[in-house]
Design a protein around this ligand. Structure first.
Ligand code: URA
Length: 235
C-alpha cells in the first residue's frame, strides 16, 4: 500500500505531519538513499526505506482484529462506570479502538484497529458497507411494516431504510434478518421502534465481508490480504 511521506513519518511517532513536511522541505528526508523534497511523494510501505537526519524510520505497525462481541460488554475504549469494554477482551499493547459500535447487549462482528484511515474508510457513508443483523422481535413483523421498513421510515427527522429483509424461518415472523448500509447508533432498534416493535435480541452477522467466524467472546487477527481486499471491493 502507498502512503504519503509526511503521514508515514508522523505515524512512526517521530513528529507531527506538519513537522514532517518541514523536514521534507529542508532536505532532511531520504528514501532509498535519495533526498526527497516533494511533499506529495508517496512511498511503498514495506519496500521503501525512509531516513530522517540519517535515522531509519520504523513504520507504525497496524493491527486489525475481528471480535465476536458477547453481551454485557461496552463498545468503547473505557467506561466511567467501570463496565467491561471490548478493549478488555483483547490482549495487545497497541492502542486499538472499535470501528463503529454495537450496543451493550448486541452480539456479533466488531472490528477493532489502530488504523484511523481504515476505520474512516469503513464508516464513510459513501462506501455503503453492508451490515447484516439477526433480529428477534417482541411480536411478529407484519407484511405492511416489512414494506415500510424497506421504503424508509423517519428516525429523528432523517429517513432510514433496510436494503433487504429475510425471514430465516418463514413460520417464525419474530425472527428477521435485515441488511443495512447505515451507520447511525441504535439504527436497527430505532427502525423497529418507530413502528412499535421492541428488539429483544440483536446479533450482527456481517460487517461488509467479515462474518463472526470465531466463537462468541473470541477474536482473531485480520490478515493484510483481507484488508487489501476491503479497499479493492469498495473503491
Ligand atoms: N443497531 C442497533 O440498534 N444496535 C446495535 O448494536 C447495532 C445496530
Amino acid at each position: 500500500m502507498t502512503i504519503r511521506l509526511n503521514k508515514y513519518i508522523a505515524e512512526s511517532g517521530l513528529c507531527s505531519r506538519r513537522n514532517a513536511e518541514k523536514y521534507i522541505l529542508e532536505g532532511r528526508v531520504t528514501i532509498n538513499n535519495k533526498t526527497i523534497t516533494d511533499l506529495s511523494h508517496k512511498i511503498n510501505e514495506g519496500d521503501d526505506e525512509v531516513f530522517v537526519d540519517g535515522e531509519k524510520i520504523k513504520p507504525k505497525k497496524h493491527i486489525y482484529i475481528l471480535l465476536n462481541k458477547p453481551k454485557a460488554v461496552i463498545t468503547s475504549t473505557k467506561d466511567e462506570r467501570n463496565r467491561k469494554t471490548v478493549i478488555d477482551i483483547i490482549k495487545t499493547n497497541e492502542k486499538i479502538f472499535p470501528v463503529g459500535r454495537l450496543d451493550y447487549n448486541t452480539t456479533g462482528v466488531l472490528l477493532l484497529t489502530n488504523d484511523g484511515d481504515f476505520s474512516n474508510f469503513l464508516t464513510h457513508p459513501k462506501h455503503k458497507i453492508r451490515k447484516i443483523y439477526a433480529v428477534t422481535l417482541n411480536r411478529p413483523l407484519t407484511k405492511e411494516d416489512e414494506i415500510k421498513l424497506l421504503k424508509g421510515v423517519y428516525i429523528n427527522n432523517r429517513k432510514g431504510k433496510f436494503v433487504k429483509i429475510n425471514f430465516p424461518d418463514i413460520k417464525k415472523k419474530t425472527v428477521v434478518e435485515v441488511s443495512a448500509v447505515e451507520g447511525r447508533n441504535h439504527f436497527v432498534k430505532d427502525m423497529f421502534s418507530t413502528l412499535g416493535y421492541n428488539v429483544v435480541e440483536l446479533d450482527r452477522k456481517y460487517f461488509g465481508q467479515f462474518t463472526a467466524d470465531v466463537p462468541l467472546g473470541k477474536y482473531r487477527v485480520i490478515s493484510k490480504e483481507e484488508i487489501k481486499s476491503v479497499y479493492k471491493n469498495y473503491n
